[in-house]
Design a protein around this ligand. Structure first.
Ligand SMILES: [Fe+2]
Length: 154
């Protein structure tokens, strides 16, 4: 894990707060997808499926856009010679790319399920669990990394 920054600039604290908002929105999304997966196939609420299908990609993209365009550049600017940080950010970038692709697939499959075109419940359940479990791991890592960089306890 990276060394904590010596000075917590106001900008860095603001970025940390924004990150938490995005991580919380993604956590809520994961919880909603888990509820759907748990209720498949008969107890599931079609309206909840459609709402989740509509929000999964925008929620993920909003977080990634913030991290890639604001947070990561600020972290690198604050500690440009930190090779470990650069490697970690590269890894997170790869995970973002995978999650965006996966989010599209989840959205399409949920819509197909509600429309009655997707009948493979095991496939949908497997997809949902794979997505939210991976995203939860990503969120937990980013929370830990940022807390460490800022020298704070979570
Ligand atoms: Fe991320």
């Amino acid at each position: 894990m990276a060394e904590p920054f010596q000075n917590h600039s106001r900008e860095m604290i603001h970025l940390y707060e924004k990150l938490n908002l995005h991580l919380n929105a993604q956590t809520l999304l994961c919880n909603q997808l888990e509820t759907i997966a748990d209720e498949l196939p008969r107890r599931v609420d079609n309206q909840q499926c459609l709402l989740a299908a509509q929000k999964v990609y925008p929620v993920v993209m909003a977080a990634h856009s913030f991290e890639e365009n604001e947070l990561f550049p600020a972290l690198m600017k604050a500690d440009p010679s930190n090779a470990h940080l650069a490697t970690t950010i590269e890894r997170l970038h790869g995970e973002h790319w995978e999650d965006e692709s996966f989010a599209h697939e989840i959205s399409d499959t949920l819509k197909s399920f509600v429309a009655g075109r997707e009948k493979n419940i095991d496939k949908l359940s497997y997809m949902l669990r794979g997505f939210f479990e991976g995203l939860r791991r990503h969120i937990a890592f980013e929370k830990e990394m940022l807390s460490s960089l800022l020298g704070e306890a979570t």
